[in-house]
Design a protein. Sequence first.
Length: 257
Amino acid sequence: RPCLEWLGQQLAATGNRATFFVLADTLDDLGGLLRDLARDGHEIACHGATHQHLARLTAAALRVDLRRSLDRIADRVGVRPRGYRAPTFSLTPATAWALDVLVEAGFDYDASVFPIHHDRYGVPDAPTEPFRIVSPSGAMLVEFPPLTVRLGPLRLPFGGGGYFRLWPYGVFRRVLAGRVATAEPAMLYFHPWELDPDQPRLPAGWLATRRHRLNLRRTRPRLARLLREFRFDTAAAVLARVTAAGTLPTYRLTAPA
C-alpha cells in the first residue's frame, strides 16, 4: 500500500495518468486506495483473481476467474474494467483460446502479449506497436504490447520494471524518447514491490535473489524522474486515440498444430 500511495503522489505531482492492473484478491486491503486512484483519473483494469498462468486454466476456469475479478472490482472500487493483463504475459499461441473468453467477458483491450522470445512466455513475431489481435475463431481485441528494443537481429524486452532497474537511466530514456518520436505509444509496467527497497528477503537461490533485488533503491528516484520527463496516460485513453486513427495492424494468434 505505501508503494501505491507514493506512486499516486508522483503521478499527481507530474500530471500523469496510469492504468493499475489489479488482482481481485488484494481488494480487501486496497479497495479504498484504488477508489481514490480512480477518482483522480487513473484506470483500474483486471489482472485476474489469483495470479494463475493461463496454461494452468481451462476456458471454464478462466470464465470463473474473470467473473470473480470483475464482480469484486465493481463491488470494491465501483468501476467496470475495460482491460486485462494475464499473469506472466501468458497469452501465447498455446493459450490462444483465452482470447475468446476475454471478448466474451466484455473486455475492450488486452495487454498480455510480449513480442519476444522467452522461456516462459512470448509471441516473438507479434507487432511491437498496438495492434488488433484475432483469435483462431475470429474474436478480436486491441493489444498493447510492452516496449521492446531492437539490438541487431534481436528483439529484447525493455518496458518492464526489471529492465528499468537493469539499464542505465540514460539508455532507458534514449530508447523511450526514440519511441515517442515515432508517435507510437509505449507500454511500460511496474510491480508495486519494485518500489519497496526495504521489503523482506525471502528464501531463494542466488540468481533469483540478485535479479529480484537488483537496483531496487534506484527505482523510486528513477521513476520520479521519468514521470517528470515524459507524458503518460491510461491505456483506455490511448485506446480511444489509436482506434480513432484507424491504422492498427492486425495479427492472428494461431494455436499450435
